[in-house]
Write a protein that binds this ligand. Sequence first.
Ligand SMILES: [Ca+2]
Length: 232
Amino acid sequence: MTKKIIFTCLLCFGIGVISNAQKLDKFGADFGKKSIMGKEIRVPYTDIVNYFGYIKVGAVPDETRDGKKFYYLYVWIPLVAPEIGIRMISPIPEGMKPAENDFVGADYKGNEGDAKSYFDTWITLERANGILSVDDILKGKTAKWNSYGSNDDSGEMPAQPSGSKYNSLMRITSEVSNPLKALVVGLYRIGFTTYKVGEVQGSFLAQVGAPVKLPGVGISSNLADLMKQVKK
Ligand SMILES: [Ca+2]
């Protein structure tokens, strides 16, 4: 009897460990999505750009909006895309490490071992008004920004270690006839914060996907740095 209980406990513990590990599925596009026998079939994005970041406890936010600490990742999109997908997961799934072409935030290094801190991600995508050339990237400091939307929680994303599905994913289809909703060449930013007012802390992975190749895309938390990346 006791043995049986111990075995059951071990089994539960094992399942608990497995279900708590975040595993990221392929990032599928809206573009070319099909419904077969009631099941959604998505073709994965052709190009995915990764950014590995880390926010230290008490890090100064880029902005405070409605009492929430906002941080930005500036993204240069070098060509017209029919669709862009953005997703963010915190903490970075176990075993995922930056490859050579991936972008890495300044505080990521040295904190790779911190698998405990994470935050309930909330993301938005915006584009700077009138910045169409890489030479104008620094004007992003004073630019007006237009929003393409936001996402708090996505059921497509793995659960966080708490078991809650609080990670974020959004897809934007270019509306060619609407200048504010068209995905054109330019300076974009992913704004991120927590759903509730509180600390944004720990590791996160942000991904930008597109159904076309995006050679020359850059991502940085800093405009001057982004300019260096894309003017190489
Ligand atoms: Ca969330």
